[in-house]
Design a binder for this molecule. Structure first.
Ligand code: NAD
Ligand code: ZN
Ligand code: ZN
Length: 361
């Protein structure tokens, strides 16, 4: 039977979000309905509200979530009612050209629920990143539910579902940071700080955090940065070179996604080093670089989608490290709020007052 619950909806481009009654259908074949316990506020939710991602209003926002499986549809074997799960936006298909070549982290046909959640008048909702978890219940493909240790705090665990995984994976998976490497991270929001923590976990010898805001640099130190650079008070490329024997870092991660930060990342890396772009640029941005420098400096210029993660492989492992006290996921939870506070949380994010506000349901 379908159920009516409360959810946070963006009805029109640029308009403040509102709490609406949403109708969540029974799970269809291969689908699961999840009782959401916690959901983080990500920059991407704000992008949806502002029309930066698409025009498929109304959107049901929220996608960094953890909760309990409430019911499952026909043929679901991945999860069962009562399982504690983190929701993911990479339920791999197993059948596309990437999956068939053994690279499921690039799956080009990931699964979402096919049944539609609606407003009371029947208007279909577009769930953010195929999730829509600023709601008491949500409907997803069963493969979007990754079962993890139920002892984990849902507010912290849910953050692995997007930003924290993207940043950590940018360092560990895409950048392939290893023991003894020097790493620089430009932009220390939730994503950048997760990259800092990932570099630290992977055994980096030096982790240099760069931001414009001293508060953010302080938080980056807590995440594991060994050095910090405020780029309002000097050239960050020079500062990173100075901190790396004059050479530059082995891996530089751009967690902002602007032409100027990308250029800093490009020139702040050592010869044969790696640049990882995880911040998301906007369509108006272009990049100009001397092609000779691209050639002459060698190495790899990579982009990272969702930290090249495989939820089934990475979420349970990271929750174990968290539970063992080796990865401080709690540090990313700046405040706990209600569904009614999402609009205010966007404002705080905009002003850099939080790493993550987390809605508790
Ligand atoms: N690739 C992915 O799969 C993926 C997933 C989630 C989020 N993202 C993207 O990652 C980016 C960061 O997300 P977030 O949640 O950490 O955002 P955020 O707004 O919390 O953090 C951005 C940080 O960058 C800093 N900054 C801005 N301009 C700077 C500059 N010129 N130099 C140095 N620092 C600068 C800000 O002070 C802030 O601390 C966003 O673009 C987001 O859309 C990507
Ligand atoms: Zn696939
Ligand atoms: Zn996100």
């Amino acid at each position: 039977m379908s159920k009516s619950v409360r959810g946070v909806v963006a009805r029109a481009k640029g308009a403040p979000v509102s709490i609406e009654t949403i109708v969540v259908p029974d799970p269809g074949p291969g689908e699961a309905r999840v009782k959401v316990q916690a959901c983080g506020v990500c920059h991407t939710d704000l992008h949806y509200r502002e029309g930066g991602i698409g025009d498929d209003y109304p959107y049901l926002l929220g996608h960094e979530a953890a909760g309990i499986v409430e019911s499952v549809g026909e043929g679901v074997t991945e999860v069962a009612v009562g399982d504690f799960v983190i929701l993911n936006w990479r339920a791999v298909c197993g059948d596309c050209r990437a999956c068939r070549r053994g690279r499921p982290q690039y799956c080009f046909a990931t699964h979402n629920a096919t049944r539609k959640m609606t407003l009371e008048d029947g208007t279909e909702l577009s769930p953010a990143l195929g999730i829509g978890a600023f709601a008491e219940l949500t409907l997803v493909a069963a493969g979007q539910c990754t079962k993890v240790d139920p002892e984990a705090d849902p507010a912290a665990a849910g953050l692995l579902g997007c930003g924290v995984m993207a940043g950590l994976g940018a360092a560990v998976n895409t950048g392939n940071v290893g023991r003894g490497d020097t790493v620089a991270v430009i932009g220390c929001g939730g994503v950048g700080d997760a990259a800092v923590a990932g570099a630290r976990l992977a055994g980096a010898a030096r982790v240099i955090a760069v931001d414009l805001d001293d508060r953010k640099l302080e938080w980056a130190r807590r995440a594991g940065a060994t050095h910090t650079v405020n780029s309002t008070s000097g050239d960050p490329v020079e500062a990173i070179r100075e901190l790396t024997g004059g050479f530059g870092a082995d891996v530089v991660i751009d967690a902002v996604g602007r032409p100027e930060t990308y250029k800093q990342a490009f020139y702040a890396r050592d010869l044969a080093g790696t640049v990882v772009l995880v911040g998301v640029p906007t369509p108006d941005m272009t990049l100009e670089l001397p092609l000779l420098d691209v050639f002459g400096r060698g190495g790899a210029l990579k982009s990272s989608w969702y930290g090249d993660c495989l939820p089934s492989r990475d979420f349970p492992m990271l929750i174990d490290l968290y539970r063992q006290g080796r990865f401080d996921l709690d540090a990313f939870v700046s405040e706990r709020i209600t569904l009614a506070d999402v609009e205010a949380a966007f404002e705080k994010m905009h002003h850099g007052d939080v790493l993550r506000s987390v809605v508790i349901l």
